[in-house]
Design a protein around this ligand. Structure first.
Ligand code: DUC
Ligand code: ZN
Ligand code: ZN
Length: 466
């Protein structure tokens, strides 16, 4: 048995902050004790000095797309490169999206994603399932997947002909989820209407990246969010709305929650820190910021921060879906609709959100709540993941709140040739990362290995009584 003690740090969880030492035996946390108490007598094989540091749970990023096939290409991070980058950024669990292809079973999709991930991950991982073809067979398969720990299913109101489900299919999947405990995650944008506006924009010669933001109208996010909420209400199903970017969509979610409905909302760092100003950068630079839902005008950011503070939004995930500028984003030169949708970010989330603490948008505990504890609870991983407590996996980050760093593609570890946050100065930096008791990041050194990360079967959503 290996005993590790993390001494002298400020332990920050969603619930509390305390000056405490943390005792780890092999892969688990076994005790916390106030500094100077019984902890002084703990013997250990390894002592990590955390004086002046925060000791926080490893980040849980509940929305990533490693190797996602999209728009004729693939997201540029593999499970190997993407999970290594996640570790560098203080994230120790990802929940990625396995994809059902149209005409194929859920099983085929899930097996394919297991094959991509197994033996390649630096940190622990789980899967959601994208339902692209809702039919009698795939509805039945949902039950089996829930039993295997794939307890959440993403549906798309966008991308007709690819991932899109009509309202009838959505309703059926929600009804099934209401029965089997699977949580329905919704990409809420009216894709049928958006496709009309895309066609009209291109016909009028509006082909630059910024038109991606213009045709994906805020109203069409709000409308789809509203419709998803009503469909969920009809089905008696909870609902988790992914990558909320529009203030009016936040209002829909807030209204549903005020009415007592089990509706949850996620946003992402790109919507909190970037805007349509980025999409409008000169030349073809705006392509670096093409994702869906799209970036919104700056004014929306205040509403997203407010939603996070008031718990109208509960989770910040990345929707990490990187495409290189050269050769991938460039597929859409002269036609914004051909720019692969997605931004890199799995490495930057914990730091950007710490900057939000420094800037006064969030408290320290809320930082940990939205980035670690709530995603773990939402997706059935708590308290193994998402907290620092006896019995939890020793997924721990020793975080230096005073170190200053500058985000850059020159220094990041994601397999992508640009950073959406290039040149941004951040106060705060990961110093040491443990994944199940193993040090995977130590200062500027990566000590992890592909294959250390294990598949995590998940329980159903822990915010719902079942
Ligand atoms: N949005 C993106 O930006 N990329 C992948 C899929 C999605 O919904
Ligand atoms: Zn989506
Ligand atoms: Zn996504």
């Amino acid at each position: 048995m290996t005993r590790t003690v993390i001494r002298g740090g400020l332990v920050v969880t969603a619930a509390e902050e305390l000056n405490a030492d943390v005792l780890i035996e092999d892969e688990r946390i076994v005790a916390l004790a106030a500094a100077g108490s019984s902890a002084a007598e703990w013997t250990a094989d390894r002592v990590i000095d955390a004086t002046g540091m925060y000791v926080i749970p490893g980040g849980v990023d509940a929305h990533t797309h490693m190797e996602l096939p999209f728009g004729g290409t693939f997201a540029s991070d593999t499970f190997e490169t993407g999970t290594r980058a996640a570790a560098w950024g203080g994230t120790t669990t990802i929940v990625d999206f396995a994809v059902q292809s149209v005409g194929a079973s859920l099983r085929e999709g899930l097996d394919a994603w297991h094959a991509k991930a197994e033996g390649n991950c630096a940190i622990d991982y789980g899967f959601h399932m994208i339902l692209a073809d809702v039919n009698d067979a795939s509805l039945k398969e949902m039950d089996l997947l829930v039993g295997e720990g794939v307890t959440s299913f993403k549906l798309f109101m966008a991308y007709p002909g690819v991932f899109y489900s009509d309202d009838g299919r959505i309703l059926r999947a929600m009804q099934r989820g209401a029965d089997n405990g699977g949580l329905i995650m919704m990409h809420a944008e009216n894709g049928i209407a958006i496709d009309v506006l895309v066609e009209q924009a291109l016909a009028a010669g509006r082909t630059d990246p910024r038109y991606h933001g213009e045709v994906r109208r805020e109203l069409l996010e709000a409308e789809a969010t509203h419709r998803a909420i009503k469909l969920a209400q009809v089905a008696g199903s909870p609902l988790y709305v992914v990558h909320v970017s529009a203030a009016s969509a936040v209002a829909e979610i807030a209204g549903a929650r005020d009415a007592g409905l089990p509706v949850f909302g996620e946003t992402c760092p790109q919507y909190l820190f970037l805007s349509t100003d980025n999409l409008a950068e000169p030349g073809f630079e705006g392509a670096k910021y093409v994702c869906s839902t799209p970036l919104r005008p700056r004014e929306h950011q205040a509403e997203l921060w407010k939603g996070l503070r008031t718990n109208d939004l509960q989770v910040v995930s990345t929707d990490h879906c990187p495409f290189c500028f050269v050769g991938q984003k460039e597929l859409g030169r002269g036609d914004f609709s051909k720019i692969p949708n997605g931004l890199p970010g799995v490495e930057n989330r914990m730091d950007l959100l710490h900057q939000a603490v420094v800037d006064g948008h969030l408290t320290r505990r809320r930082w940990i709540e939205i980035a670690c504890a709530t995603p773990a609870r939402m997706f059935g991983l708590y308290p193994k993941k998402g907290t620092v407590a006896p019995g939890a996996d020793a997924d721990i980050v020793v975080y230096d709140p005073n170190a200053v760093q500058t985000i850059s593609a020159e220094t990041h570890h994601m397999n992508v040739d640009y950073s959406a946050y290039e040149g941004r100065r951040i106060t705060g930096k990961v110093r040491t990362v443990l994944s199940r008791g193993t040090v995977v990041i130590d200062g500027d050194n990566y000590l992890g290995r592909a294959g250390h990360g294990r598949y995590q079967p998940r329980a159903t959503c822990q915010y719902l009584d079942r």
